[in-house]
Design a protein around this ligand. Sequence first.
Ligand code: IVH
Length: 464
Amino acid sequence: MAARQRINRHDHRYYVEANPVVSDAEYDGLVRELKELEGRFPELQRTDSPTLRVGGQPLDGFRTVEHLRPMLSLENGYSEAEVREFDRRLARLLETDEIEYVVELKVDGVALSLVYESGRLLRAVSRGDGWRGDDVTANIRTIRTIPLAIPYAGRLEVRGEVYLTRADFARINRERLESEEPVFANPRNATAGSLKLLDSREVARRRLLFFAWAGFPEPELASHWETLEFLGRNFFPVNPNIKLVRGVGALLDACAFWAERRRQLSYETDGLVFKVNRLTVQAAVGSTSKSPRWALAYKFPAEQATTRILDILSQVGRLGTITPVAVLEPVRLAGTTVSRASLHNQDEIRRLGVRIGDRVFIEKAGEIIPQVVKVITELRTGTEREFEFPKFCPACRGPLSRAEQEVAVRCTNPGCPAQVKERILHYAGREAMDIEGLGVELVDRLVDLGLVKDAAGLYRLTPG
Ligand code: IVH
């Protein structure tokens, strides 16, 4: 077997099955061998070469492509009553009382269509408006769980969800905070933002993943369950938490089962998807212009709370970025007490229309930062105040600037004490020098008393 095929097999064993059969060194040796070959004979490099997974030259833009069949969305249900109603409607249409369903997790990511011909990935297209999407093939090649070559030789379309684990979402946001770029509100936004990047090398660093939830081989199989099995045999990652069940009772059991357990998953799910199993039955009930009648997305109750905005402060970051932060009436949310929420920037405040004194909905985004998601304008009393974005730096009164095309507003004074403090804290932090005992209060005192002006100054301090 050629090095290319062997690497593709090893990738699947490593990334999908978590069961490698070669050492990292042996694997690296194979990749080196292939790179060397492709370097010597570039005309032999194939589109399914694993060496393309690290990303290539940035693109100028994406080509728009029409989908082979429209990418519909799903009807949502939020309660037991709505699940029962969905099943009753189908049972009436089909004149049966026990329908066979496949229960799947609704992974909170971004839908993607993959087209294969002659066993090779031909193109990957984002959902777009459901009719036409962007050709994101270069970006998708960096997702190591998506096979570039498969045994099935016919034409095949596979649809599924691109997503990020909570850990990778947190890592990406940590890095963005570090470089004072605006953070993503949730893993789905981070995934969507990653797919739109023109530089696939940057996409590779995001570590996107994929679950297949639909396949259209020609000719089609008899049921959705068999289709998922077929996808598994062809090296596609299918979520292992799928279940073939009968009757509405089993659907409701699944809702109760996953309501709590979903927190133990390494990625976010916002619900379950129930799909009629037999394809002839799916065809018989058909679709509306928006969604199929044979499927329902049951949405878990969101992790939201309401509270009041007591104040809005402007924080100055290490690189001078001014971030508005809402001070909240403390409230319990997903297991912790929350008293602050980032409002990100001026544009976000305008988008939300938020005022000091407003009652708001807040939501936990992934693991780290609580977000203000909505203002409850109905509860306004007239005493709320507009927040005025500072015209000067709140720490040093220095001038602020906003670069064109950027949302961030920055203090341009490098000697600004707030920036100096943040830089020293960053330097002393656990991920840098890890200086024990040098926390916010001590740094405040040292800078306010004029004893240090930068990290180097720490080493010039003498016992007084
Ligand atoms: S099936 C025609 N199955 O949910 C129906 N969708 O709200 C096609 N999603 O756009 C969707 N997990 O991005 C299906 N197991 C799953 C899913 C799933 C997540 C997303 C998908 C879709 C959206 C609909």
